[in-house]
Ligand binder design. Structure first.
Ligand code: SAM
Length: 272
């Protein structure tokens, strides 16, 4: 019997994976978690029916979420991640020797446990001594705490379920409160093909709090439209302060860096 996993991006389009085996399936107090082995994209993590990552293309997302911010922030000793329970973002952060401690604030312990068991290519970094994991709601964590992060990455699921409130002014204010004066925050900010409204709202909201807010894109074949966006925000100018790029990256490089903010017209019109 053939098995397929389908994610619908809207009522008329979607993506289909032919499945070798379902490795994990459970309902946590927050979401339904599934991990499959697929024929063409390796292992696949699905939360509430939405593709989070595949073994074959997760490097694009995690490299592009993390490395541009390190270019703009010359020194980053304390780094935070909201979400990111699969560990891919932490893996990329730990490639910088100046990072002394990194906090992972992940609401769902089950995602971390399942990732450690079935997604070692992203989760192996979670055992690094520089990582502190907080199994908490990122909204509450940042509201109650007053950290001084050099960099913050919002590696959340899509704005449904537990991640919905991660796209609110209240959350953006909490982020600013927990960032150093010259700190930088980067959000995964959804698909230019399917979520331009979310992208526009997020940029408008962040622009009320940060003087520099910019969007950049990357090609991720298993995300809606095969194209994904990231939003970077800070209260200073975004100019390069670090030339170092870690060895062995497979997507991010100097030419991607130099053309980072080049956008197609239909996206440029939204971001102003
Ligand atoms: N890093 C993956 C990728 O390659 O796109 C996907 C993102 S990661 C799996 C999304 C995580 O955000 C999930 O583990 C989810 O549990 C977590 N999350 C959602 N809402 C959250 C919240 N309010 N606070 C903390 N973590 C949250």
């Amino acid at each position: 019997m053939k098995l397929y996993f389908t994610e619908f991006h809207d009522e008329g389009t979607g993506i289909v994976f032919k499945i070798k085996k379902e490795l994990f399936s459970a309902k946590s107090p927050y979401q339904e978690i599934k991990i499959f082995d697929t024929y063409t994209f390796g292992r696949l993590l699905v939360l509430d029916g939405l593709v989070m990552l595949t073994e074959r293309d997760e490097f694009v997302y995690h490299e592009m979420l993390v490395h541009p911010a390190f270019y703009f922030k010359g020194k980053a000793e304390k780094v935070g991640v909201i979400g990111g329970g699969d560990g891919g973002t932490i893996r990329e952060i730990l490639k910088y020797p100046d990072v002394k401690e990194t906090y992972l604030v992940e609401i769902d312990r089950m995602v971390v446990d399942a990732s450690k068991k079935y997604l070692p290519f992203t989760a192996s970094s979670l055992d690094d001594r520089r990582v502190k994991i907080f199994f908490e709601d990122g909204i509450r964590f940042l509201k109650e705490r007053g950290e001084d992060f050099d960099l913050l990455f919002v590696d959340s699921s899509d704005p449904v379920g537990p991640a919905k409130a991660l796209y609110s002014m209240e959350f953006y204010k909490s982020i600013k409160k927990n960032l150093k004066e010259d700190g930088i925050v980067v959000f995964q900010s959804e698909s230019p093909w399917y979520h331009l409204d979310i992208i526009r709202e997020q940029i408008e909201g962040l622009s009320k709090l940060f003087s520099s807010v910019k969007l950049y894109l990357a090609s991720i074949p298993t995300y809606p439209g095969g194209f994904w966006s990231f939003t970077i925000a800070t209260s200073r100018e975004l100019v390069g302060e670090r030339d170092y790029i870690p060895e062995g990256l497979r997507y991010y490089n100097k030419s991607i860096r130099e053309t980072l903010f080049w956008l197609p017209e239909f996206v440029k019109n939204v971001t102003g």
